[in-house]
Structures are given as structure tokens and as C-alpha cells.
Design a protein around this ligand. Structure first.
Ligand SMILES: CCC/C=C/C(=O)SCCNC(=O)CCNC(=O)[C@H](O)C(C)(C)COP(=O)([O-])OP(=O)([O-])OC[C@H]1O[C@@H](n2cnc3c(N)ncnc32)[C@H](O)[C@@H]1OP(=O)([O-])[O-]
Length: 352
């Protein structure tokens, strides 16, 4: 009873978190999953529900094993119920390697978070590997879902976004929202896309990439409903340049907007050489697109790239309230309004 009372209280969950963070040692950890492990650790606080004693003891034990190796402390006394339960859990992992423990830890946190996510609605056709797509309250949400890579867009993800937009354009929702999982909105093009040279060599790669990018941007230009970006964290590269093709862009105050094209030897894409000067004027657009100037959310709002900035603490709730109200508006009206706006205003929404 004592263990149960201690471990099931909210206090105890955060206490356990703090304890885990304090115990974290970095020196001995190597290998590909260290960042994933650290990321999983940082996601513990995102759990809304108490995962229960069993899971908490497992989390504790895996953390100790991952950071310190097999249990090497003396067994606590009989009356130290909590200490003994934790020690038993750690000891039960025997000689599991630190690498395996990290992986099991990551899997466990992932599964607890996944169990809290709303289920995909029945009737939503495709499932995606790099996105979470759901429809609720007349809003289809497309969420970039590679948080461990800051939602960088791989070739697979470009294709999935195209498909998700295509489906969302046809479903019954009134508006479509794009946002990111984790602490980033999106870190832009996945830089490993450039390292996968196909049989035809660099020229073939450039050709394929060009065609894919054209299809990708076209999916935004042709999108038939209001498209709303919910910028939950920093945005980089193509995820910024596309914003000129959204109807509304809401940002959390700590978000940033960065287009480091000159650094990368790339040219601005996503219609930004057209939309940015139109939104903010040539001089401000050049600072961003030519000279890599990173904007804060407040600066981006002042320059017309962002519609409104919200405090980090209330961002999700305030934006959700707005979106729910918009989604109650009649489904086809916004399309009709677009059709009446002169071409010079809505290019490039309608012109490829
Ligand atoms: C052709 C289409 C045209 C498009 C143009 C563009 O979009 S141009 C714009 C192109 N974009 C850029 O130039 C941005 C390049 N990225 C950055 O500058 C920084 O990573 C950051 C500022 C986004 C985050 O810094 P931070 O210190 O907070 O975090 P962190 O650095 O530790 O990253 C965590 C993990 O994510 C990984 N990862 C992140 N981004 C990418 C990516 N784009 N790609 C691949 N991977 C990426 C990173 O490797 C690491 O993986 P690991 O090692 O754990 O396996």
C-alpha cells in the first residue's frame, strides 16, 4: 500500500522524473541511440496520465541500467519499501547491456506516449510513417512526426505530405492544419537526402529532387481549403518558405524562422522569391532569403510572415479555440471567396 500510495501520486511521478534527471550520467554512453534516449527522457513530462507503478518502476530500472549499468548498490532494508521496489526492478535487469536498456527505455516511453494519442479516426484512409494525420471537429491535422530529427523532411516524408494533402483536400473537414511533433516545427529538407546518390549519379539526383520538389510545392499551391500553419517551435528552410502559401500562420513566441540557403548553396524555393517580397518588401525578404537572417516569431509577425504570436504557455489552447471556431464556418464559403478575389492577390495559390 505504501509503495502504491507513494508511486501513484502526481508528486511522486515528477519526483521520480527529477530523480532520473539528477542521476543521469553522460560519460559512459555511446552509440546511435543516445540522443533518442535523451529525447525520450525529455518527453517523460509530456505524459498526461500516471502510467502506473509497474511502468514507473520499469522506467526507473531501465534508466539506471542505461546510465550506470547492472545494479551495483546494496539491497535496501526490509522497511524501505520504495527503495527495495526500485532496487528489485533494477536488479531484475541482470546483465542487459546499456545500449539495450537505452533502446528499451525509448520504446517504453514511446509506447506510453502513443497510448495517450487520440486514435486515428475510422475511415481515414492512409496511415503514414513520418506523419500523424487525424480529423476531429472538422479539422484535419497533419503533424510532422520525426521529432528525433527535428522533423526534417526525407524523400519519404515529402511524398507522404503530398498524399496527406491530397486526401485532406477531399475529406469532409473544413480546414487543414500543419504542425510539428516535439520541440521543433520542422528543420527543413533532411540533409541526408543529398547523400543518397542514385545509379544515374548527381545529375539524376538533382533531376529527381527537382521533380519531387515541384510536386510537393504544387500540392500546397493547389490545396483547395484554408491551410493553417501552427508553428510550435523553430522552422528552417523549406518549412519557412512554404508559409507564403498558407492562409494563416500562428506561432508560439519561442519559434524562429530561418532560411540558410546561401550557407547551403541552395536557392529559395516554395514560391518564396515571389511571396516574401510581396509580404515584407524586397529589402526584408533579401535579408532572410539571401543573407540567412533568422527571425524571431515577433519579427516574423511584424513582417507579415506570421499572423499572430501566442505565449508559449497558452499557445496550444488559444490556437485550438481559434481553430475550432473557424472550423464551424460553412465548408464551401472560403473557396467561393477565393474565387472572387482578383488573380493578382491570390497568385500563386492558383497558378503553378
Ligand atoms: C531540395 C529541397 C530544398 C529544401 C531546402 C531546405 O530546407 S534547406 C534547410 C535544411 N536544414 C538545415 O540546414 C538545418 C540543419 N540542422 C540544424 O541546423 C540543426 O540540427 C537544428 C538547428 C535544426 C537543430 O539543432 P539542435 O542542436 O537543436 O539539434 P541537433 O542538431 O542535435 O539535431 C537533432 C537531430 O536531428 C538531426 N537533424 C536536424 N536537422 C536535420 C536536417 N535538416 N536533416 C537531417 N537531420 C537533421 C540531427 O542530425 C540530429 O540527429 P542525430 O545526431 O540525433 O541522429
Amino acid at each position: 500500500w505504501f509503495i502504491s500510495a507513494r508511486l501513484t501520486s502526481k508528486w511522486c511521478l515528477s519526483c521520480l522524473e527529477r530523480c532520473l534527471l539528477n542521476l543521469h550520467t553522460t560519460g559512459s554512453m555511446m552509440g546511435a541511440t543516445v540522443e533518442q534516449f535523451n529525447y525520450a527522457k525529455s518527453q517523460m513530462g509530456m505524459l498526461k496520465k500516471d502510467p502506473g507503478n509497474e511502468a514507473k518502476l520499469k522506467i526507473y530500472a531501465l534508466f539506471k541500467q542505461a546510465t550506470q549499468g547492472p545494479c551495483n548498490t546494496p539491497k535496501p532494508g526490509m522497511l524501505d519499501f520504495v527503495g527495495k521496489a526500485k532496487w528489485d526492478a533494477w536488479k531484475s535487469l541482470g546483465s542487459v547491456s546499456q545500449e539495450d536498456a537505452r533502446q528499451q527505455y525509448v520504446d517504453l516511453i514511446d509506447s506510453l506516449l502513443a497510448a495517450e494519442r487520440p486514435a486515428q479516426p475510422t475511415g481515414s484512409a492512409a496511415t503514414f510513417d513520418t506523419l500523424l494525420v487525424s480529423t476531429e471537429d472538422n479539422i484535419t491535422t497533419i503533424r510532422f512526426n520525426r521529432p528525433h530529427k527535428k522533423n526534417a523532411i526525407t524523400v519519404e516524408m515529402y511524398n507522404e505530405i503530398i498524399k496527406a494533402l491530397e486526401e485532406s483536400g477531399k475529406d469532409d473537414s473544413v480546414i487543414t492544419v500543419i504542425t510539428g511533433s516535439g520541440d521543433f516545427y520542422c528543420s527543413g529538407n533532411d540533409l541526408t537526402n543529398f547523400t543518397k546518390i542514385p545509379e544515374g549519379g548527381m545529375q539524376q539526383m538533382a533531376k529527381d529532387a527537382g521533380e519531387l520538389l515541384r510536386e510537393f510545392v504544387k500540392a500546397f499551391i493547389d490545396f483547395p481549403k484554408p491551410l493553417i500553419a501552427v508553428i510550435n517551435g523553430p522552422a528552417v528552410g523549406v518549412s519557412v518558405t512554404l508559409l507564403g502559401l498558407f492562409e494563416v500562420v500562428y506561432a508560439t513566441e519561442s519559434a524562429t524562422f530561418h532560411t540558410p540557403f546561401s550557407q547551403l548553396g541552395q536557392s529559395p524555393e516554395g514560391c518564396s522569391s515571389y511571396t516574401f517580397p510581396k509580404m515584407m518588401g524586397n529589402a526584408k525578404a533579401s535579408e532572410m532569403l539571401l543573407f540567412n537572417k533568422k527571425l524571431t516569431a515577433t519579427q516574423a509577425c511584424a513582417q507579415g510572415l506570421v499572423t499572430e504570436v501566442f505565449p508559449d504557455s497558452s499557445f496550444q489552447t488559444e490556437v485550438a479555440t481559434r481553430l475550432k471556431a473557424y472550423a464551424k464556418l460553412p465548408r464551401n464559403v472560403s473557396q467561393r471567396i477565393w474565387d472572387q478575389i482578383p488573380t493578382y492577390l491570390w497568385f500563386p495559390k492558383k497558378v503553378d
